[in-house]
Design a protein around this ligand. Structure first.
Ligand code: 1GP
Length: 241
């Protein structure tokens, strides 16, 4: 069953925009979550993504369990590695890093993940993950040993996204990287969106309400924000329901 994915599709067809708050187990202690989650629940956030580049398995599961005590929003894994896959979440972005040519992140890790997923009830959502240059090196680049696509190569970015769709991915994620200096350029978001028949996720470096609106207006269906909330959770007050 594709409950979460189908809900994303139906929200989009109703003209709604979606917001995922990214919670990184490496930076978030379960015991300090309560106030953060209260603010999150009063905001326009629609999803919670959990994941990070360098996290061990147990801390992800413990954090997911704790998050679910505080919210009814869907919790979606956005894993940096197989060790972060836990059945306590609702869904998994099964990410294939299609902007790079590192076989580990295109297929090898996915094969290793199957033993964890075969009998799991986690909803698995195939996602084409595209790293875009942002002005500085991000941890995704370091961990995956791949280069982001340069922002001058607009056609290559569009074609990469479209190739992801044609390969059967159900989501395309344009990623500038956590804490990016610059988020994905609005023109690129708009051109990619025009090519796609599947939902478009955009994340990395989005820090203000104005930027959030600009990225939505350019065509993002779902925006992911982590750092801005980590640094100052009063940002939730600006985006109350
Ligand atoms: C990172 O796209 C997400 O994978 C969110 O990025 O932390 O910069 O908001 P930020």
């Amino acid at each position: 069953m594709k409950i979460i994915y189908n809900n994303i599709l139906s929200s989009i067809s109703n003209g709604e925009k979606l917001l995922a708050v990214l919670i990184d187990p490496d930076k978030t202690k379960p015991e300090g979550l309560s106030g953060f989650m209260q603010k999150l629940n009063q905001s326009i956030a629609t999803h919670i993504f959990v994941g990070g580049s360098a996290v061990d398995d147990e801390s992800t599961e413990i954090l997911v369990v704790e998050i679910k005590k505080h919210t009814t929003l869907p919790v979606v894994l956005f894993p940096g590695d197989i060790t972060q896959i836990t059945n306590k979440a609702d869904a998994l972005l099964f990410l294939s890093l299609i902007s790079g040519t590192n076989p580990s992140y295109l297929i090898s890790k996915h094969i290793k993940a199957v033993s964890k997923l075969r009998y799991s009830k986690l909803e698995v959502i195939p996602t084409g993950y595209i790293l875009i240059e942002n002005g500085r090196q991000t941890s995704v680049e370091k961990v995956t040993n791949t280069k982001p696509l340069p922002i001058e190569n607009v056609q290559q970015i569009i074609d990469t996204a479209k190739a992801g769709e044609l390969l059967g991915k159900q989501l395309i994620y344009l990623e500038a990287g956590s804490g990016a200096l610059h988020y994905v350029p609005l023109e690129i978001i708009s051109l990619v969106k025009q090519e796609l028949n599947i939902p478009l996720i955009v994340g990395g470096g989005i820090r203000t309400k104005k930027q959030l609106e600009d990225v939505y207006n350019s065509g993002a269906d779902l925006i992911v924000i982590g750092t801005a909330f980590e640094e100052d959770d009063s940002f939730f007050d600006e985006i109350k329901k």
